[in-house]
Design a protein around this ligand. Structure first.
Ligand code: CA
Length: 433
């Protein structure tokens, strides 16, 4: 999957792309943006600019498969583009790389198709039909399990089943849209009856989002050896969680109102092709763990089905802002801490015949690392609110407070390749109305 588009020597005539932490020419993520006063349309992030795909199509810069793919990626949602699959995506990527490369003969014509990203609004890149959230971050599952069951943190199904539940697609918003603190029913441990009011234990969850590309028909499971081909791209996902509401409502059917009030995603679809240099073998299972059942086992998937991506959570509070201090890093984790691969998630999801559709979104579940500096939720970082996070401003946080902004970032790095990022996934907590 590695080709000339990954060449580390490749530079762009869009000067801000060279050395850009997220969007060098080796990335080329797709999204939907609206220029000031304009209609939403498909675009490609390059440095601090956005290439307007319909504008570039209109001046005849694409042919053949690349043209078809660019057309599918030009509208106000990219579901048509997601349905295409790897071959079409590669054609478009290859042509975009040519057009945006330093020596491109088309640069004068293309300049008119660029917008300053700072002057555009990013939209959700697709109409999300369904959203499913998994629980494959084994350190998170263990940390949270310990708070409830110190001796037996992981339930016996965890190492056989990629655990998940159906989430809510309607409340997913792109980075930058604030989140309103939810009200809900909760019962403090010492109380005999629940009360109803603003959540007191609001939390973030650091997750990777997976965009489904070509889906499957109802009743037609996706085999493990074809599952990675059904991924259309990746994003960051903050699965906001109200822990007090969750603790009271989750038995016996799992999360409901504690999770469905909001989820925030980074707005760019980072393609599987862009992430090819950062693929790694699925880390071996600890001694004594069962092997995956045969329907979830594929050698190629075990060899290259995991991703080496740094994942970061930052917190910017009103106190830090008032003092001109930078955001506080709450966690540095890595996508390699997933017990199941993305292909295993997809195969398991469809193993009963359930159909996935282009533009469906999967969450991996919170991806914590093995130590206290890599906790993907504040529930873990503060041990259930017991040990507050202390900030340079003098503020403390047991859980999130109104005015707090949570920022997620992801970065792929590998010797011999240009690092790429996802763009930010950020949102500020607004008070309950
Ligand atoms: Ca979650």
């Amino acid at each position: 999957m590695l080709d000339h588009t990954h060449d580390p020597k490749l530079k762009s005539w869009v000067a801000s792309a060279n050395g850009h932490p997220d969007f060098p020419i080796q990335n080329l993520p797709l999204g939907v943006f609206a220029p000031e006063g304009g209609e939403p349309r498909g675009g490609v992030a390059i440095g601090d600019r956005i290439l307007d795909l319909p504008a570039a199509l209109a001046i005849g810069l694409f042919e053949g498969k690349a043209r078809e793919a660019a057309q599918a990626a030009s509208g106000a949602t990219l579901n048509a583009f997601l349905s295409l699959g790897a071959g079409m995506r590669q054609s478009l990527r290859s042509r975009l790389s040519e057009l945006l490369a330093q020596d491109s003969p088309e640069q004068d014509r293309l300049k008119a198709c660029l917008h300053a990203a700072a002057e555009c609004t990013l939209r959700l890149p697709a109409r999300i039909g369904d959203y499913t959230d998994f629980y494959v971050g084994i350190h998170h599952a263990t940390n949270v399990g310990k708070q409830f069951r110190p001796d037996n943190p992981l339930l016996p199904n965890y190492k056989y089943v990629p655990i998940g539940y159906h989430g809510r697609a309607s409340s997913i918003r792109p980075s930058g849209v604030p989140v309103r603190r939810p009200r809900g029913q909760a019962k403090p441990a010492e109380a005999t009856v629940p009360d109803f009011g603003p959540s007191q234990r609001l939390d973030y969850e650091l997750e990777l989002g997976v965009w489904i590309g070509p889906g499957n028909g109802l009743g037609e499971p996706i085999r493990i050896d074809e599952a990675s081909g059904r991924v259309g791209g990746y994003c960051l996902l903050n699965d906001w969680s109200a822990r007090d509401i969750q603790a009271w409502e989750y038995q016996p059917l799992g999360p409901f109102l504690a999770k469905n009030f909001a989820s925030t995603i980074s707005a760019w679809i980072v393609t599987p092709e862009a992430l090819a240099p950062f693929r790694i073998a699925q880390p071996g299972r600890p001694e004594g763990d069962p092997a995956p059942l045969p329907y979830l086992m594929d050698e190629a998937d075990q060899r290259e089905g995991a991703l080496d991506l740094e994942l970061e959570v930052l917190l910017l509070t009103p106190g830090l802002q008032a003092k001109g201090l930078p955001p506080h890093r709450l966690a540095l984790s890595n996508a390699r801490h997933m017990y199941w691969t993305v292909a295993q998630m997809i195969t398991h999801h469809t193993s009963n015949g359930c159909n996935l559709q282009p533009g469906d979104l999967l969450g991996t579940g919170t991806i914590s690392g093995p130590d206290q500096e890599s906790c993907g939720s504040i529930l873990e970082a503060t041990l259930g609110g017991k040990n507050p996070v202390v900030l340079a401003s003098g503020e403390e946080r047991h859980f999130l407070e109104d005015g707090d902004e949570v920022i997620l970032r992801a970065r792929g790095r590998r010797e011999g390749y240009v690092p790429i990022g996802f763009g930010e996934c950020r949102s500020t907590i607004l008070p309950t109305v």
